[in-house]
Design a protein around this ligand. Structure first.
Ligand code: BJW
Length: 241
């Protein structure tokens, strides 16, 4: 893969870097994306499974879907692109801002990770908020042992607020970085979709990594139309040569 010379020059300056990842980052580890052809929402209705109203109307189906995804997230292996990001943080200051809930950046060993849409690692009661478990459930629907409410994953659904600490850290890092890598997201969901424009306005070089790039014209300086598992190791290799 040929990288733009200006990107290689910037990398060699060891810039403050933000890596913003979406579902495509985990595709090569075997986790389905949401909106791509063959993605989860080709087969499932997101309004039934991943909204507060949908959860209350289809509690058992939603809990089963999340329990299965929680188990999958614990068993898949982070691919070479994840390892490349761990390597990159030994070379330059790297902040990872992820929309993903699968925890693969943590499992790969990245140290500064802000999870905008929560996590599949934990769960709580939808009614009383008490921490609970869902991943190992065998009987559905799963109820809270404290109040009898339904157990939900610690993820952010449409219409819900993003975790304040992660969101403010993401904006702060984006506004002060020199390189912004936008990896594997369809850029449909806000406020995450506003980050690349913010980075560009603040003076960062914006690079989109996606086999089917989708940022509006004029946001990315460069597009690498390749899978994350190939493009991210190529960036690390550029530092070695
Ligand atoms: C590869 C690849 C490979 C494949 N390598 N790439 C401003 C304007 C308009 C609307 C709003 C707005 N502000 C807020 C809203 C409302 C709403 C929203 O954005 N709606 C839009 C749909 C229009 N946002 C919210 O409600 C958010 N909350 C919020 O803003 O609170 C304040 C507020 C509340 C109420 C009113 C107003 C403000 C919350 C959003 C929560 C999103 N939750 C989900 C589910 C999480 C739980 C779960 O996982 O089950 O998060 S939805 C789903 O989409 C998930 C993802 O994180 C998110 C983004 O998806 P992503 O990552 O982009 O995946 P895909 O599948 O879309 O794309 C994959 C990409 O990978 C593709 O491009 C492929 O080409 C690529 N790819 N293989 C690299 N190998």
């Amino acid at each position: 893969m040929t990288l733009p010379p200006r990107l290689i020059s910037l990398l060699r300056e060891r810039p403050r870097t933000v890596v913003h990842t979406g579902a495509g980052m985990s595709a090569e580890s075997g986790i389905a994306t949401f909106r791509s052809s063959g993605g989860m929402w080709d087969r499932l209705d997101l309004m039934d499974l991943a909204t507060p109203d949908g959860f209350l109307r289809h509690t058992e189906a939603s809990q089963r879907w999340y329990a299965q995804r929680m188990q999958q997230a614990q068993t898949v292996t982070p691919h070479a692109g994840y390892d490349a990001l761990v390597h990159l943080e030994h070379e330059m200051p790297v902040t990872i801002v992820t929309q993903n809930v699968d925890g693969l950046h943590h499992r790969a060993g990245s140290s500064t990770v802000h999870e905008l849409h929560g996590t599949l690692r934990t769960a709580h009661c939808f009614a009383c908020g008490h921490p609970s478990h869902l991943a190992d459930a065998t009987d559905f629907p799963v109820h809270c042992t404290t109040c009898g409410g339904f157990i939900r994953p610690d993820v952010v659904w449409f219409g819900e607020m993003l975790p304040e600490a992660a969101l403010s850290a993401a904006f702060a890092a984006t506004e002060t970085c020199a390189l912004f890598l936008h990896v594997g997201t369809s850029s449909n969901v806000y406020p995450a979709a506003s980050l690349p424009g913010l980075a560009r306005d603040a003076g960062a070089m914006v690079v989109e990594i996606n086999p089917e790039p989708g940022l509006p014209h004029g946001v990315a300086h460069y597009t690498l139309p390749h899978p994350a598992g190939q493009a991210l190791p190529a960036l690390v290799n550029a530092l070695r040569t």
